[in-house]
Write a protein that binds this ligand. Sequence first.
Ligand SMILES: Nc1ncnc2c1ncn2[C@@H]1O[C@H](COP(=O)(O)OP(=O)(O)OP(=O)(O)O)[C@@H](O)[C@H]1O
Length: 669
Amino acid sequence: MTDIKLLKTTSRRLEILASMNITTLEDLIYQYPYRYEVIEEKYPTDEDEHLIIEATVISPVKIFFKGKMSRMSFEVEDKYLQHFQVSIFNRHFLRQHLKLGTTITIIGKCVNHRITASDIKIKPLQDISGIYPVYSLKEGITQKSFRQYVKKALSLLNHEFDDFIPEKYRIQHHLIRKESALYCIHFPENKKDVQEALKYLKYEEFLKFQLTMQLMKQQRTQEMGIAKDFDVTQLQSLILSLPFALTKDQQTAIKEIVEDLKSPQMMYRFLQGDVGSGKTVVSSVALYANYLAGYQGALMAPTEILATQHYQTLSRFFENTDVRIELLTGSLSLKEKERVYQAIQSGEADIVVGTHALFQKKVVYHNLGFVITDEQHRFGVMQRKALKNKGQQVDFLIMSATPIPRTLAISMYGDMDVSTIKTMPQGRLPVKTQYIHSSSMKPILKHLKSYLAQGGQCYVICPLVEDSENLEAKSASQIAKAMQKYFQTQYNVGLLHGQMKEDEKEKVMNSFLNNTIQILVSTTVVEVGVDVKNANMMVIYNAERFGMSQLHQLRGRIGRGQEQAYCYLMSSSSSKEAIERLKYLEKSHDGFEISLYDLKLRGPGEVLGQRQSGLPTFLVADIMKDFPILSIARKDADEIIHDYIQNHEYQGIVCKIQEKLQVNNEYVD
Ligand SMILES: Nc1ncnc2c1ncn2[C@@H]1O[C@H](COP(=O)(O)OP(=O)(O)OP(=O)(O)O)[C@@H](O)[C@H]1O
């Protein structure tokens, strides 16, 4: 790493750079432009009013002032002898240069031969045409000075950039050299240069990522776990005692997990399934197998509500067995906590369900053998590791209800094995979903009343807790008040949001569960996991504010039994795209399809919570858009690792990745 002071710029500027996390010359070079401005002749088309043209001034300039504001106007003629009336605001200082006969370049918008210019350059187009990088910068550093810094950094580093990509693959994929790629990304002469640079850099990023994933997987398969020994017939009899038959996908997932538990290698499996597809049942069976083998199991959930619910589900599930279950959450009393810690340490507790509290220092396990985390994207990698490290050679299962296409799953969680539950339990009716253009409950009221009269319960979801002047979104507390006023004593309305204390939340949730509350107005805290079978209606306010996968998760709270469920997506947005998204949910009930649509729209970072999940953030590549490159990089990484093991080739790059892995023990680039 080379000290940025070599740039010889002011300390103020160095401070600004440091606040952008740029402290070395290398950091500077890896700060890529986020877009390019192309200056080349452009005449407006039917679809696009933008224009960049060269023209000659043919009339005197008129200026109008209004306070400090000014508007300048004059006439020009272009090379096709066309005349345009040009207006530009607040550039009166240019007047002296706009003499009759001067050739200028105009950038702006044009309608009916009237141009509103955003910029005027007193130069012929030829002198300024080109492609200019635009960086995301902080105040105090201009685009121009940043470009100069990058240029200086490139020359100070003496253009010594080793190609990470092996020569064989560089040639095979017709890639330029790294040095050229870096130069072209910052100083392209044309669009092709940018394309070539991106092609190199994206492939390089993906190749590093795939090599890391595969080396991690390799390391892991060498790490010996515990081959757990248990009686499968006991497992089967528990499955047979369930009130329903398992779906085919549930059976397959269980089979895969059981094989992992029995194998001497450590399990590192990702179980994904649509909301309500029955993942909890699968995890319960898996926990039972681990128990039968004589080990403790832990199930970690992202919220207390969910942990409590899992605890209740498991308690019912294991009702007729000897399994002893404990719940550990932050809101337990000190005395209770002490008792649970003791039970965990002594081995009295066979299964512990809880939140982050499960991996605090104080919690010492007797013989932890299996860890399951639910809704993996809400836990950071470090948190997962902390829990895993609580035992030796612990098997590890991650469950997620935001399913993603298998190919993408394999590429993103390349170091994990993936089980997928696609089929829904029999007899499930898709939730009847309807988009309603409204900001109030009025159009739904009739249905709501008749539904409540039949004894049903309803969720009302809002994006915010309290009213905010800036946002129009309906707030949960305001709506709860209004609904209680409307229904008077006929029905009880409850309020649930993230800012409430855990015990308050639990109280409200329990009242909803036992039907003391009929209408639960809530923010998205109910998004994951809660299971109230009698609630089969949901109204979502300002639905356009939620992501599609999130809306799908939310409506997954209803229709979990045999009854027909109804979900209303309310929105007063007039955005065409927003309406299209909501209408898509009327048609599609498949979490995989929806997440794919959502991934394409918003990218994996937004949908899956990239930052929290420890998924890699790529500088230039985009997992969705550049998926074909990712697939090729995956295949190449396979080959490289194979040749490394068999023929001791590619030692250089494999060592580089291994070094990084030792430092971070996770993929971080
Ligand atoms: N094979 C099955 N047949 C019928 N009902 C089932 C089956 N498997 C699970 N269920 C029931 O379906 C409901 C949803 O199951 P479960 O809670 O396991 O789903 P999940 O995938 O964990 O859901 P979520 O993603 O919402 O947490 C539960 O009430 C469960 O008892």
